[in-house]
Design a protein around this ligand. Structure first.
Ligand code: ZN
Length: 260
């Protein structure tokens, strides 16, 4: 399948798709939408791998979400075995989240950092992209990536998913060779318009993070990968660029970052 759109971050293995997954996949095929199904722990990473269909443009990412870093002991060997399967294109989602754990302790932050660094090592070892989740912790995340970049250079790369930060914070990742992906959120708030406008188009990816965060005009409903079209439209609109050009570049960016 030659993708027309690339939803670089979805959770098709989550409960929201239990009833009608076949229909959702059918609509993706009809509209030539490719996706990376992202794992957040052992079980969902395994499920993401079970959904891989390279010919249909369904890929997977395996990893432990920072908010689960205290619940599950990160097993490098488990994730390494999964990651070597054909169609696994990224390690994650991994990173640091100090938003959802409002009352985070120093101990939790240290654990999140430790587990994040284990993902970094695995990504570098396997030559895979990192799928990074970061909320309210751009300083901590950037510091780790800057330090690791000095050691690993080009071997360290990836995407900052569901970006919620400033243009300066986004640029710090871009300088390290990372891409920034935007979800449906940009269709209902103008908070990130300056980031969408200020980055080089080559550093931007589109995503849904479905079943969460459906874009306008589907707000409040379950999100699904074909709605990534609304995100692409909005990126083109905010930047004042031709939709067709933006669509093509965003697909090319995803193919480059995930080597597909
Ligand atoms: Zn996610």
């Amino acid at each position: 399948m030659i993708p027309k759109y690339f939803d670089t971050h979805s959770h098709l293995q989550f409960f929201g798709f239990d009833e009608d997954l076949a229909e959702v996949l059918g609509r993706m095929k009809e509209e030539s939408v490719s996706t990376v199904v992202v794992g957040t722990d052992k079980e969902s990473s395994q499920k993401a791998c079970d959904m891989i269909s390279v010919k249909d443009g369904i890929f997977a990412a395996v990893g432990l979400h920072p908010n689960d870093a205290l619940k599950e002991e990160f097993s490098t060997s488990f994730y390494k075995t999964l990651a070597q399967k054909e169609g696994v294109v990224a390690i994650g989602e991994c990173g640091i989240d100090l938003f959802r754990t409002k009352e985070w302790s120093e101990k939790e932050l240290e654990k999140q950092k430790e587990v994040f660094m284990q993902h970094v090592e695995l990504g570098v070892e396997l030559g895979k992209s990192l799928m990074i989740h970061c909320r309210d912790a751009h300083t901590e995340t950037t510091a780790i990536l800057q330090e690791k970049k000095k050691i690993y250079g080009e071997k360290l790369f990836g995407n900052i998913h569901f970006f919620t930060g400033s243009l300066a914070e986004a640029n710090a990742y871009v300088e390290l060779g990372f891409t920034i992906s935007f979800p449906g959120v940009i269709t209902f708030t103008s908070d990130y318009d300056d980031v969408v406008r200020g980055l080089p188009l080559e550093s931007i990816l589109s995503e849904t993070d479905c079943p969460f965060a459906a874009p306008v005009p589907y707000r409040g409903r379950r999100n699904e990968p074909i709605y990534v079209k609304e995100v692409v439209k909005k990126i083109a609109e905010i930047r004042g660029e031709d939709f067709e050009k933006v669509r093509e570049v965003l697909v090319a960016n995803a193919k480059r970052v995930f080597s597909v």
